[in-house]
Design a protein around this ligand. Structure first.
Ligand code: PLP
Length: 426
């Protein structure tokens, strides 16, 4: 492998590489990461390490370079890195499906192993539309969601993201037309619950499903909602013949203090998407789970198979690491770790509430958010965090963190200081 200097890497990056939501290559200056271990990212320019306050976008819950996950990847690599999943199966995929079914809300029984969160949402939507087609109700093909959500960057997920001022505003008018309910208020309000019920009822004839991020809307605005609305949705969906999909891609695997956010409301959805932390952030894999009712409905149709089969579905390497990550999580007192981080973030972010320009400070599980009353100056905020030795990725009016669960108390305090500094300067 040719040795390249940091300057050469950056020059090639500028010339050729497109980053997520990045401009045309050539107009961005990313930091070059050389390696990562525990909760630290080592920078290639020799300037040292940054504590990762982002868990690589909610995924690296066990930190980086974890010996157990490394061993799972190495062991599987020696046996089989990939094999097609059509007509073949293998132990890592079967074991992972069983683990997911056992740990998920009761009633979810069938697992489709996809290759990214966005695709797992596409699969969820296809499951719901196919279910109704199979039952002779093809007109039930729209989705209802509440405003302010984020479900991914492919076509169907984009259609249920925040329609106003969101990341996909560019595509309004082109995307499938969905139904949007108002975003939930901060607490529980019966008036809003009634709005949800009546919106489901009014559109039930054309609705295949309601899809929401339970309890926490992530990339759409880092909003926290009362779990009671999930029960309202469950009842309304049952009453009016609509399926319920929970997108737990960001919230799953303990992030909100429950294994899945659905547990805060003791509600089982008909379909559930997980991803991100599924492989501990090591490899790209996501999953769509559904109930026997949904699977049996699909199998009664003219096309009695789920019409989806990506090349890298059920990738054994990713599945083996996912099994190790899930077992690692369940084998420890993860709840205590998340509670510890929650307490640290509450204490460390409290001073942000007194800063001018700060509208709100909120913490839930291992998620801490400072919301400004203006659009954040991303460069100034990021640089302020880096000066504190922390990696953050602010967006819109938000400076937030969701650190790995293995982040020690001193590093949690450091992350909180960095969030406050970013809020001051951003
Ligand atoms: N759904 C939610 C709730 C997410 O937060 C994300 C990613 O941020 C996605 C779906 C899309 O997942 P991916 O980026 O793996 O495609």
């Amino acid at each position: 492998m040719p040795e390249r200097s940091v300057a050469e890497l950056l020059e090639l990056d500028r010339r050729h590489v497109w980053h997520p939501y990045g401009p045309v290559p050539g107009r961005q200056e990313p930091l070059v990461v050389e390696s990562a271990s525990g909760v630290r990212l080592r920078l290639a320019d020799g300037s040292g390490e940054l504590v990762d306050g982002m868990s690589s976008w909610w995924s690296a819950i066990h930190g980086y370079n974890h010996p157990v996950l490394n061993e799972a990847a190495r062991g599987q690599l020696e046996r089989m890195s990939h094999v097609m999943f059509g007509g073949l199966t293998h132990e890592p995929a079967v074991r992972l499906a069983k683990l997911l079914v056992d740990m998920s809300p009761d009633g979810l029984e069938h697992v489709f192993l996809a290759d990214s969160g966005s695709v797992s949402v596409e699969v969820a939507v296809k499951m719901c539309l196919q279910y109704w087609r199979s039952l002779g109700r093809p007109e039930k093909r729209r989705l209802l969601t509440w405003r302010g959500g984020y479900h991914g960057d492919t076509w169907q997920p984009m259609s249920v993201c925040d329609p106003e001022g969101g990341m996909h505003e560019l595509w309004s008018g082109v995307l499938p037309r969905q139904v949007f309910a108002d975003a939930p208020p901060a607490g529980y309000e019966e008036e809003y619950a009634e709005h949800l019920r009546s919106t489901v009822e009014r559109h039930a004839g054309e609705l295949a499903a309601v899809i929401v991020e339970p309890v926490v809307q992530g990339a759409g605005g880092m909003r926290f909602h009362s779990p009671a609305y999930l029960r309202v949705l469950r009842e309304a969906c049952d009453a009016h013949g609509v399926l319920l999909v929970f997108d737990e891609i960001a919230t799953g695997f303990g992030r909100t203090g429950a294994l899945f956010a659905a547990e805060h409301a003791a509600v089982t959805p008909d379909v559930m998407c997980v991803g991100k932390a599924l492989t501990g952030g090591y490899l790209t894999m996501a999953a769509t789970l559904c109930t026997a009712r949904v699977a049996e409905g699909i199998s009664r149709g003219e096309v009695p198979v789920l019409a989806h089969g990506p090349t890298f579905m059920g990738n054994p390497l990713a599945a083996a690491v996912a099994c190790a990550s899930v077992e690692l999580l369940l084998g420890q007192d993860w709840r205590a770790e998340v509670e510890r981080i929650e307490a640290g973030l509450r204490e460390g972010l409290a001073p942000a509430a007194g800063l001018s320009g700060v509208r709100d400070v909120r913490v839930l599980g291992a998620i801490g958010v400072v919301q400004l009353d203006h659009a954040v100056d991303m460069r100034a905020a990021t640089e302020a965090a880096v000066r504190e030795g922390v990696w953050l990725r602010p967006f819109r009016d938000l400076i937030y963190t969701m650190p790995p669960y293995v982040t020690g108390d001193a590093d949690v305090a450091r992350i909180a200081r960095a969030v406050c500094a970013a809020a001051k300067e951003g």
